[in-house]
Design a protein around this ligand. Structure first.
Ligand code: ADP
Ligand code: ASP
Ligand code: MG
Length: 409
């Protein structure tokens, strides 16, 4: 008997009919003699509606109450799936994060899982119940509900798989697996059979929302193989697993895009030591992560300091940055909410030069201006005007030969 963790995302849980389809899949795996934990997301669109309600209420909703609100979408899903399974004659039990409990820190809206107590779940599994767990949510030391950041149900699934040492962790979604780029914007995208944790970490952190980045961090840390596949067919999907030799042969494994960032530029700051810390520390104190950073010395001892933050953090980050800009005698703060980050990812880049050059030349040929650049040993990212997102993804996918699986520098 194996322990199987299956996670179903918003689209897979999007209607009564679809939840019935999920129940049938779950029942089939259970009937084959497996213990089962099913992690579910809110029905598609529901979390967005809840976020919009909070933002309608006031400009800066209280973080803790925001989590109470947005976690409620998953409550509907666990109840509906459990009702369905019970109506089919199965033993099932729904669980909120706090009922497990899945203990997190108190960074509301982006909490990190610290500990999972598996005693309750184990008792139910032993009793033959299918455990239906709300994804995306946990509880902190003050007994308050927390959420794990958008897309966080993936992380709930991998974390529970790691905690209970599951034999299989399947992430069911609305595409057949991990592709060389988002198949919904590039029809040439090709499904990848196997991808390393490191490449998937890069793709996820750079916007490929098929897996939330923290789920891949967990998988890597606890060596959980993830099978990403579709809930709408029986096709084999993509295995996210340890790096092996076949993978190294690939130069570029994918193109990612992220329209979820915004740019803030602090202009004409007197160029003295400590400027970066003065601008960035208040942001990190407010638990706002800064992604790309560019500092360029302009004329006569002044410097321009530009960085990106997520759309969700933008309003708060701007208020904080305006205060620190005044404190460092900056001339002005400029913003751009219409940017997109495009990234080329591949572990093969470690040993090959020329990927960045080819990327810049390909974008230049299309007249796409590059606003910011950042690199690591296995990725190159650029910020461009958001209106070029789809075009940039398609031309880069083509330039690196990803459709035919023979990436070239
Ligand atoms: P779920 O609701 O099941 O969690 P998500 O919408 O969070 O699903 O993630 C699946 C989506 O991820 C796909 O519909 C696709 O548009 C997007 N996506 C982005 N990049 C990729 C990629 N490289 N491979 C597969 N899907 C991708
Ligand atoms: N429902 C949450 C969201 O929309 C979590 C998830 O779907 O993974 O972000
Ligand atoms: Mg998701």
């Amino acid at each position: 008997m194996a322990l199987v963790v299956q996670k179903y995302g918003g689209t897979s849980m999007g209607s009564i009919e679809r939840i019935k389809n999920v129940a049938k899949r779950v029942a089939k795996t259970y009937d084959a003699g497996n213990d089962m934990i099913v992690v579910v997301s809110a029905m598609s669109g529901e979390t967005n509606k809840l976020v919009a309600l909070a933002n309608e209420m006031c400009e800066f909703p209280d973080n803790s109450e925001y989590d109470v609100l947005v976690a409620s979408g998953e409550q509907v899903s666990i109840a509906l799936l459990s009702i369905c399974l019970k109506s089919m004659g199965y033993k099932a039990k729904s669980y909120h994060g706090w009922q497990v409990p899945i203990v997190t820190d108190s960074s509301y809206s982006k909490a990190r899982i610290e500990k999972i107590d598996d005693a309750n779940i184990r008792a139910d599994l032993k009793d033959g119940s299918i455990v239906v767990l709300a994804g995306f949510q946990g509880v902190d030391a003050q007994n308050r509900i927390t959420t794990l950041g958008r897309g966080g149900s993936d992380t709930s699934a991998v974390a529970i798989a790691a905690a209970l040492n599951a034999d299989v962790c399947e992430i069911f979604t609305d595409v057949d697996g991990v592709y060389t780029t988002d198949p919904n914007i590039c029809s040439d995208a090709r499904k990848v059979e196997k991808i390393s944790y490191d490449e998937m970490l890069e793709l996820a952190s750079l916007g490929a929302k098929v897996l939330q980045i923290r789920s891949v961090e967990f998988a890597k840390k606890y060596n959980v193989d993830i099978h990403v596949r579709s809930s709408f067919n029986e096709n084999m999907g993509t295995m996210v697993t340890k790096e092996d030799k076949d993978m190294e042969a690939v130069l570029v494994s994918g193109i990612a895009y992220d329209k979820n960032e915004t740019k803030i530029a602090v202009m004409r700051v007197p160029d003295k030591p400590g400027i970066a810390a003065k601008i960035l520390s208040p942001l990190s104190d407010a638990n706002i992560s800064v992604d790309m950073i560019v500092q360029n010395v302009s004329d006569e001892g002044y410097t321009d300091f530009t960085f990106t933050v997520t759309k969700a953090d933008f309003k708060k980050a701007l208020v904080i940055t305006k205060e620190s800009a005044a404190a460092v005698d900056a001339k002005e703060v400029l913003t751009d909410e219409n940017i997109s980050k495009i990234s080329v990812v591949g572990v093969g880049m470690r040993s090959h030069a020329g990927v960045a050059t080819k990327m810049f030349e390909t974008l230049a040929k299309e007249g796409i201006n590059i606003q910011m650049i950042s690199t690591s040993e296995i990725k190159v990212s650029v910020v461009v005007d958001a209106k070029y997102t789809e075009l940039a993804v398609r031309v880069l996918h083509d330039a690196f030969g990803l459709a035919d699986g023979v990436a070239q520098a």
